[in-house]
Write a protein that binds this ligand. Structure first.
Ligand code: HEC
Length: 154
């Protein structure tokens, strides 16, 4: 094989190897999605404390950072952390209901609603408007709950 041939063979191998390398085991999917939800929950807690309850002094920069973190997770392509083999009837240490794959329209809808509201949270946090942030916190929280009600076991 000449040099160009070798190079394109190497590139092809790399191109095909990528998705396989990015594919996580079921155990890793479960671990990563639970960590992602915990991380969002931690950041939601900061917004609740400062913008909703007021127990902690409002700090617009911290609110921006928290909302950015939530939006980043929401936009990270979390769908890759959900496979049909990772539901609670087939895997350990998870509360993902099999309905997530039996009702794909519903799953897509709750996922898209969450993404939309998380992006809005980022916009509102950037504005520094505390009352608006408190309202948007509730809107995001409703989309978290909508998914839990349908697809997370108690
Ligand atoms: C698309 C559906 C969906 C959305 C949206 C969603 N969750 Fe969840 N959440 C789940 C599922 C499913 C689980 C269970 C994951 C598992 O056990 O594998 C979960 C688990 C959790 C957990 C427990 C994690 C653990 O360690 O077991 C927390 C906390 C959580 N979610 C918070 C949130 C918050 C806060 C939001 C919104 C900012 C949110 N979730 C949005 C579906 C969702």
């Amino acid at each position: 094989m000449n040099k160009t041939g070798l190079l394109s063979a190497a590139l092809l191998t790399a191109a095909f190897a990528m998705p396989a390398a990015a594919q996580l085991s079921v155990e890793d999917q479960i671990e990563a999605r639970k960590a992602a939800y915990q991380f969002m929950s931690w950041n939601m807690g900061k917004i609740k404390a400062q913008a909703v309850d007021g127990g902690v002094e409002f700090n617009a920069d911290q609110m921006k950072a928290a909302a950015n973190a939530i939006a980043a997770v929401a936009n990270s392509g979390m769908g890759a952390l959900f496979s049909p083999d990772s539901t609670m009837d087939k895997a350990d240490d998870t509360r993902l209901k099999p309905e997530f794959f039996q009702q794909p329209e519903k799953a897509r809808e709750v996922g898209m609603n969450f993404g939309r509201e998380a992006n809005k949270l980022q916009e509102v946090a950037a504005s520094g408007d505390r009352a608006a942030l408190a309202r948007q916190f509730s809107a995001v929280g409703e989309t978290c709950k909508a998914c839990h009600d349908s697809f997370r076991a108690d």
